[in-house]
Design a protein around this ligand. Structure first.
Ligand code: ADP
Length: 403
């Protein structure tokens, strides 16, 4: 790699954290990455990771700007600052307004991103990160890459709720989906790795992490996804319910006196794997407990798997043909236990399990985990930062022109 090649800084700004990665244009692996944590707290710190060598420093200014300033100092120290040519930002929700990645043109646009009502925990934090990056790199193009953009190819039949239409018309209440950058990357990688025809292929991607979602992709385009207006709908997650009968929530509210905010908190933070197991939101902890004979942990994972299988079935029905099921995310990439339980239940779709291959795929490796080939099950590690870096390089005009 020429030492002069331009660099893309990728920023994922959360409410109390700021993740970053630095990519040379056209490279698959970052030069460095890191994470500022506990922003807003006195013990805020920043960690830099260069070639697996991790160093952590306390932040003297403990907010997002402090984190970006520390990042600038780090870039200068390594002689990389001058080479940063554009900054890419992850944005969780772009609503219907942002259907693809775009250059951030002015503060009004940052304001619009920050006030998107459908991701109240995430989007305001993205705006803070964007403003800090604009102050730090005023001459550079800032690119916003939206998690919802990939799902904007869904048709009304997939994105409309059967609520009174005025709520869609007046308030924008519809299904937007999430994890779109991951679904886009993994579905395209699946097609590439399996040698499928990009213009005649059906893939269901299962992104299973703390937040989980599954998406049906036909010829590279999303046709349906499990998450909805917010990231609460769909699969069972670490602390989120996924699908639940609204009637059950109304009944709980009437019986317990929980108000709307209380219900929202319960459904988002106290449910899912944590709520059902009464033990942990962490799949690994629950797997170990289940294997040690904890019945409630095992039953919780069974609910997780059953819901996932129901969704893979439903999403298959959205496709003309299913060629591949791809697993990704912390659980999808690492848990042979969850993949095995899932694939064993999907014989109706022609899927099965290759026990030995499945046991050998974890820790960032990709690989086929079914004996069946039509359809086939594959693990594909996700790489959202890389998609953001590539989109940023493209929009900032940094890619070499090919004939
Ligand atoms: P996030 O949605 O926060 O990005 P991740 O994609 O990092 O989450 O996934 C976190 C989940 O992955 C946790 O539930 C964790 O237990 C699970 N996980 C990671 N490694 C393993 C493993 N070896 N076996 C089972 N689960 C794992």
């Amino acid at each position: 790699m020429p030492t002069s090649s331009p660099l893309i800084l990728v920023i994922n700004s959360g409410s109390s954290s700021l993740k970053f990665a630095i990519y040379p244009v056209g490279e698959r692996k970052p030069l460095a990455s890191g994470l500022a944590e506990r922003l807003g707290q006195p013990d805020a710190s920043i960690r830099f990771d260069v070639d697996g060598d991790k160093t952590r420093f306390p932040l003297s200014v403990t907010d997002h700007q402090g984190a970006v300033d520390a990042l600038m100092a780090f870039l200068k120290e390594h002689g990389w600052f001058e080479r940063v040519a554009a900054v890419g930002h992850r944005v969780v929700n772009g609503g219907e307004r942002f259907t693809e990645s775009c250059i951030v043109t002015d503060d009004a646009m940052i304001e619009e991103i920050g006030t998107c009502p459908f991701a109240p925990l995430h989007n305001p934090a993205h705006a803070i990160g964007l403003r800090a990056a604009v102050r730090a790199f005023p001459a550079l193009k800032q690119v916003a890459v939206f998690d919802t953009a990939f799902h904007q190819t869904m048709k009304p039949e997939a994105y409309l709720y059967a609520l009174p239409r005025k709520y869609y018309r007046d308030l924008g209440v519809r299904r937007y989906g999430a994890h779109g950058t991951s679904h886009q990357y993994v579905s395209h990688e699946t097609v590439r790795l399996l040698g499928l025809d990009p213009d005649d292929s059906g893939v269901v991607v299962c992104h299973l992490g703390n937040g989980s979602s599954a998406t049906a992709v036909w010829n590279g385009k999303c046709v349906d996804t499990s998450m909805g207006l917010t990231p609460l709908e769909g699969l069972v997650m670490g602390t989120r319910t996924g699908d639940v009968d609204y009637g059950a929530l109304a009944y709980i509210a009437k019986k317990t006196g929980l108000d709307v905010d209380g219900l929202e908190r319960m459904a988002n933070r106290e449910s899912g794997l944590l709520g059902l197991s009464e033990l942990s939101n962490d799949c690994r902890t629950l797997t170990e407990a289940a294997q040690a004979g904890n019945h409630q942990a095992e039953e919780t994972l069974d609910v997780f798997v059953f819901r996932l299988c129901r969704y893979i079935g439903a999403l298959t029905a959205a496709l003309p043909r299913l060629d591949a099921v791809a697993f990704t995310g912390g659980i999808g990439e690492n848990s042979a236990y969850i993949r095995a339980k899932t694939l064993k239940r999907l014989s109706a779709l022609g899927l099965d399990l290759d026990e030995e291959a499945n046991a050998g795929v974890f820790g960032g490796r990709s690989g086929i985990v079914s004996r069946s080939r039509k359809p086939v099950a594959i693990v594909v590690p996700t790489d959202e930062e890389r998609v953001i870096a590539e989109d940023t390089a493209r929009l900032a005009g940094l890619l070499p022109v090919t004939a």
